[in-house]
Design a protein around this ligand. Structure first.
Ligand SMILES: Cc1ncc(COP(=O)(O)O)c(C=O)c1O
Length: 382
């Protein structure tokens, strides 16, 4: 067993060095509540770089998904098609409004929703398709958008992991009617907790402001468009403090450098594991030609569930924190209570038990050879 100080965590937050300076500025500007100067900078940046019509910071990706569920008018019994292999919030946001998640299988190459299985899951109650760009690798959006158009459905991108990724040259988050980003500490661009709702259909913009401001028309009031503000709709408090936005601004300013350093780590893993893949000891991620991901995560697939479990514990004994990922939602207590499946979930059940995510964070460069060496050693064991 190695010394404790040799421990390699799964994730470490990266600081650009500007965060405290901007927080100090926000403090000095005395605008601490939401939608202050730093929030406005972040909104403008997201709108320009993603090409979305309106970006609104939220407390989390979860909050942005909850806003999306309200905006598309989910009502009791409305069905929402989504992958089972995703985070709880993808489904929970719709269940809160009485919606029914309909879980379908993923593709074996990208672990994204299998677009070929969507049409078979559509019923007269289907209202939306929620896609999750796993690890920042885009879903097959052209086909999904065509299905949605044909059946008159909304498309929501859960782009929690997708900032600065592209699909056919288009940024993730700009493709669905609505999209949600996460700035949680584990993501590429962070603010501790944080997120954003991206609106690509202007019909939703006015109501989104209201929902985000506790169901009031306060935004119109602040713009001088009404002389007092009042309760006009349902809503909640979804806007973060400008202190959070100040932190986030420091990160957004450095997004190119952050993505490029993560890509170097990702590429190093990918090259190093090619021989092990050729020997059938593990499988590496597959990136379709149209996708340009942001190196959010690196995983390997082990040949069996048993091998994955022994692989993770061997790495842990060597002070390397590699981890599994989503427990399929269709198999969770709440997933069974509030959702249903459509078709076989074979790929989800199989891959969720064989996946191992490796440490990937800026600063890992020095220790990455040790992770690679250990992965190759453990994967090579019978
Ligand atoms: C696909 C997906 N959606 C939503 C979330 C929730 O993000 P947040 O913690 O910002 O609410 C996560 C978190 O990891 C996620 O992986």
């Amino acid at each position: 067993m190695k010394e404790k100080n040799n421990h390699i965590p799964f994730n470490q937050p990266y600081f650009t060095g500007k965060e405290l300076e901007y927080i100090q500025q926000a403090h000095d500007q005395k605008h601490l509540s939401g939608d202050g100067p730093f929030s406005k900078k972040c909104h403008a940046w997201l709108e320009k770089s993603i090409g979305t019509q309106k970006a609104l910071l939220t407390h989390s990706c979860t909050a942005a998904l909850e806003m999306a569920a309200i905006l598309i008018g989910i009502e009791s019994g409305d069905e929402v098609i989504m992958p089972s292999y995703t985070f709880v919030s993808t489904a929970n946001a719709f269940v809160l409004r009485g919606g029914v998640p309909v879980f379908i299988d993923i593709r074996p190459d990208t672990l994204n929703i299998d677009e070929k299985r969507i049409e078979a899951a559509i019923t007269p109650k289907t209202k939306a398709i929620v896609v999750v760009h796993y690890g920042g690798v885009a879903c097959e959006m052209d086909e999904i958008l065509a299905i949605a158009r044909k059946h008159n459905l909304f498309v929501i991108e859960d782009a929690a992991q997708g900032i600065d990724s592209q699909y056919k040259g288009r940024p993730l988050g700009s493709l669905g009617h609505l999209a949600a980003l996460s700035f949680h500490e584990t993501k590429n661009i962070i603010s501790g907790e944080g997120g954003a709702l991206l609106i690509n259909d202007e019909r939703f913009i006015e109501r989104a402001h209201i929902i985000r401001e506790k169901g009031t028309n306060r935004t119109k009031f602040l713009k001088g468009q009404v002389d007092k503000y009042t309760w006009v709709d349902i809503g909640s408090s979804y806007l973060p403090s400008d202190l959070i936005a100040a932190f986030l601004w420091a990160q957004l300013e450095s997004f190119e450098q952050i993505t490029s350093q993560r890509k170097s780590l990702w590429n190093k893993y990918h090259e190093s594991f090619a021989p092990a893949e050729a020997k059938g000891q593990l499988k590496r991620p597959i990136i379709p030609a149209d996708c340009h991901p942001n190196a959010h995560l690196y995983y390997v697939l082990l040949p069996t569930a048993k091998k994955r479990d022994s692989f993770l514990s061997a790495l842990s004994q060597n002070n390397i924190n590699a981890v599994f990922h989503y427990i399929p939602l269709h198999d969770s207590p709440a997933g069974k209570k509030y959702g249903r499946t459509a078709g076989s979930l074979e790929v989800t059940n199989d891959l969720s038990q064989r996946i191992a995510r490796l440490p990937l964070w800026i600063g890992l460069e020095k220790d990455q050879p040790r992770v690679i060496e250990q992965v190759l050693l453990e994967a090579g064991k019978p």
